[in-house]
Write a protein that binds this ligand. Structure first.
Ligand code: FE
Ligand code: FE
Ligand code: MG
Length: 170
């Protein structure tokens, strides 16, 4: 914990408990996103499976980095990041879409949905801390930038499918 880190956040007029709750929820989202991508990369089938698998694996690594950054900041602010996997689902905002259908196009659609949720989560967090907590603001801005890129990468891959290929019903 950093005593000054906490003090600065409180002095700036932020509700520390509310901030920690949102950071922890985002942390849980990141672990779920990590696993959804990681397992998707392993099981993907169909057209462009190799390319899609590579992109999903890369995104998995980036979601884990997001979890890492969030955990560090949570601890610095005197909080405790979720210590057991059951919290990931319970405290997550974006939840988990199990890749029951390994078709590449379906996986892309599920992950696009996850990215859109993540973008909303980080945009809201950014609005909460902007101009008040420069450290969290910087961290959230970096993650938001990655999530926007993730959505775009997946959309670009998705667009290369002809319109008659089946979609997910998620
Ligand atoms: Fe992420
Ligand atoms: Fe992402
Ligand atoms: Mg990418």
């Amino acid at each position: 914990m950093g005593m000054k880190a906490k003090e600065l956040v409180t002095r700036a007029g932020l509700d520390l408990d509310a901030l920690l709750k949102d950071l922890n929820s985002a942390y849980c989202d990141e672990w779920l996103a990590y696993y959804q991508y990681w397992i998707g990369a392993k099981i993907v089938e169909g057209k462009m499976a190799g390319v899609i698998g590579g992109e999903l694996a890369e995104h998995a690594g980036e979601e884990l980095e997001h979890a890492e950054k969030l955990a560090k900041r949570i601890v610095q602010l005197g909080g405790t990041p979720a210590i057991a996997p059951d919290a990931w689902l319970k405290e997550s905002t974006c939840g988990y879409l199990a890749p029951k259908d390994p078709d590449g196009k379906v996986l892309l659609e599920q992950n696009i949905q996850g990215e859109r949720c993540a973008i909303e989560v980080y945009q809201k967090l950014l609005e909460m801390v902007a101009g008040k907590d420069p450290i969290t603001e910087h961290l959230v801005r970096e993650i938001l930038e990655d999530e926007l890129e993730h959505e775009q990468d997946l959309e670009d891959l998705h667009q290369s499918y002809p319109p008659n290929v089946k979609s997910c019903n998620c």
